[in-house]
Design a protein around this ligand. Structure first.
Ligand SMILES: [Zn+2]
Length: 565
């Protein structure tokens, strides 16, 4: 009886785990049938976001079969020129979902469904939400082919597992095993004086701390002399077996004299908090040095759920007579660790160069909305646009507005509005406000024109200038000529470019019927596939119109001939 009871007890308490993938490491199968080698890990630090999945390398190839990670059905399909490119979303019966992105194409019934809808909507880009069970899949079914579409910088499969609330979770916590026999690598350790008059090694700004590597692979920092409230930041990465890609860590823990001080764990987050990465990393350091330092303390109530620290924010107050030992433990999912020991001694500091806090420019108070007028420009910083009160250098010079430098992160859109009443009304539609690149080129920003005002919204500080684009796009055929027989062609391929504002839209027809062309912005290429059989005529009149972002349009026409098959 006693044993039976114990048995029931165990069944009872293991029930909640049933139907949850974390209770069953085999719930999800790898989506590719090649070794799992990563070019990107979950939670990896990226521009304006934490990476929400695994980037699985596809051996420099496209077209590898992609399989359903578990039973389920297609819940969403999105085809976009940018971002995830061709993406597929599967819903699983346990409430979780999986995402497959940068696909070259979909497979079987899914591909037919997408094509049918692209022709119905007369658009390459689309978003579809099939009915439940319309496109059911079994674990291991072929669902797509891997590719390099959208914002992908090389052939790979972006794979995500999301919980029932659409929060991305670390697939390595859910059965995706990646061989990893190497500990993380450390680039640099930074110490930050945080309170007024705090210092580190007699400096009142961030300081790089010298590290010496021990024979066991761990590090000891040179003893820090400090006073006041201080914090640490580390730039580190991990490499798994089989590749030299610099991927993210799984966890960083810091302790102070053996007691927990701070923890970040890349296990799961919410998409609506991902932009707080700009507060979590040292943004100015990233912009200056192209290396991301993660701050091992919670700054200004950063709400990131990846930060596991409760109560303690991860900072240390150095007071007279104190000496401290801080340990920073960086680890990967396989449990390999690298530890940095940081001894700290109190020192009162000599002739500290306390930064002048007098406001030099415009004070933007973080929790208040601020409206400003500068020359022809009016600006609005909504409450919460900046993470902390900031003294910004904001100046207007004619048709240029300087919004300080891109070294201070912006969380919410700033509105920039310019008066263009000095420009003749008929010219205004070709104007836009561009963000000045380091090479001096105004990079197109989506602008709206209302009467005599042009408005943009931006989350990047820097210099913006008024620019105009009067030149239509250029369309050049790549694998055919006007008047040619193209019976052997599988495709029609053209190059489309626009010198200034960039490609806005395009539309192609053959003998007057909509012809689907896939656009790859990285190759400036649009491609029609003859399998679509838009026309079965021998003589086919191709017409393509391409419009740039301010409305200049170009038209290309050619007549081609195809043997009837
Ligand atoms: Zn990715």
């Amino acid at each position: 009886m006693r044993e039976l009871f114990a048995g029931l007890f165990m069944i009872f308490f293991s029930l909640p785990a049933l139907g949850q993938s974390n209770g069953d490491p085999n719930f999800f199968a790898p989506p590719l049938d090649i070794p799992m080698i990563l070019s990107g890990s979950f939670g990896e630090l990226r521009s304006n976001h934490f990476h929400s999945g695994l980037d699985i390398k596809t051996q420099q190839r496209e077209g590898l079969p992609v399989y359903a990670a578990a039973d389920g059905y297609v819940v969403r399909i999105k085809v976009s020129h940018y971002g995830y490119g061709k993406a597929l979303y599967l819903q699983h019966p346990n409430g979780q979902s999986t995402v497959y992105a940068h696909l070259q194409n979909y497979a079987g019934a899914i591909q037919d469904y997408v094509k049918t809808n692209q022709y119905r909507k007369e658009s390459f880009q689309l978003e579809l939400f099939p009915e439940k069970e319309q496109l059911a899949v079994k674990k291991g079914d072929l669902i797509a082919y891997s590719g390099n579409t959208g914002g992908s910088g090389g052939p790979h499969l972006h794979f995500e597992i999301r919980d029932a609330n659409s929060r991305p979770m670390n697939p390595m916590d859910y059965g995706m095993e990646i061989p990893d026999n190497r500990p993380p690598l450390i680039n640099s350790l930074i110490a930050y004086p945080l309170s007024d008059s705090a210092h580190v090694n007699n400096l009142t700004k961030a300081v790089k701390i010298q590290l010496s590597r021990q024979s066991n692979g761990h590090y000891i920092a040179r003893t820090i002399k400090a006073a006041g409230e201080i914090g640490f930041g580390v730039s580190a990465y991990d490499q798994q077996d089989g590749a030299s890609n610099k991927n993210g860590l799984y966890q960083v823990i810091t302790t102070r004299n053996g007691s927990p001080l701070f923890e970040i764990k890349f296990d799961k987050f919410n998409f609506n908090e991902t932009r707080y990465i700009n507060q979590y990393v040292d943004y100015a350091y990233w912009k200056k040095n192209r290396s991301r330092v993660q701050k091992l303390f919670r700054e200004n109530d950063n709400p990131l759920s990846l930060l596991k620290t409760q109560g303690n924010d991860g900072t240390i107050r150095m007071e007279q007579g104190y000496s401290e030992m801080v340990k920073i433990i960086c680890s990967d999912k396989a449990g390999n660790e690298v530890i940095i020991d940081v001894p700290i001694e109190y020192s009162s500091g000599l002739n500290l160069n306390i930064p002048d806090k007098t406001i030099q420019g415009e004070l933007i108070v973080s929790d208040q909305g601020t409206a400003l007028t500068k020359g022809k420009f009016s600006l609005y910083f909504p409450a919460g646009s900046l993470y902390e009160n900031s003294d910004l250098d904001i100046r207007a010079k004619g048709d240029t507005i300087i919004l300080d430098k891109d070294q201070i992160p912006v969380h919410k859109n700033i509105t920039v509005r310019m008066d263009v009443s000095a420009h003749p009304e008929e010219d205004r539609s070709r104007l836009y406000l561009g963000r000045l690149s380091p090479s001096g080129k105004p990079y197109y920003q989506s602008s709206t024109l209302e009467n005599d005002k042009i408005t943009i919204k931006t989350r990047t500080l820097g210099t913006y200038v008024l620019a105009s684009d009067e030149v239509p796009p250029v369309i050049q055929p790549l694998n055919f000529r006007d008047g040619q027989w193209v019976s052997k062609n599988k495709t029609l391929s053209l190059k489309i470019t626009d010198g200034k504002s960039g490609i806005g839209s395009y539309r192609a027809t053959i003998n007057g019927e909509f012809a689907l062309m896939e656009y790859d912005y990285k190759k400036n290429r649009i491609v029609y596939n003859f399998d679509d059989m838009v026309s079965s005529e021998t003589e086919q009149k191709l017409q393509i119109e391409v419009v740039d972002n301010v409305g200049n349009s170009a038209t290309f026409e050619a007549t081609i001939y195809r043997k009837q098959q």
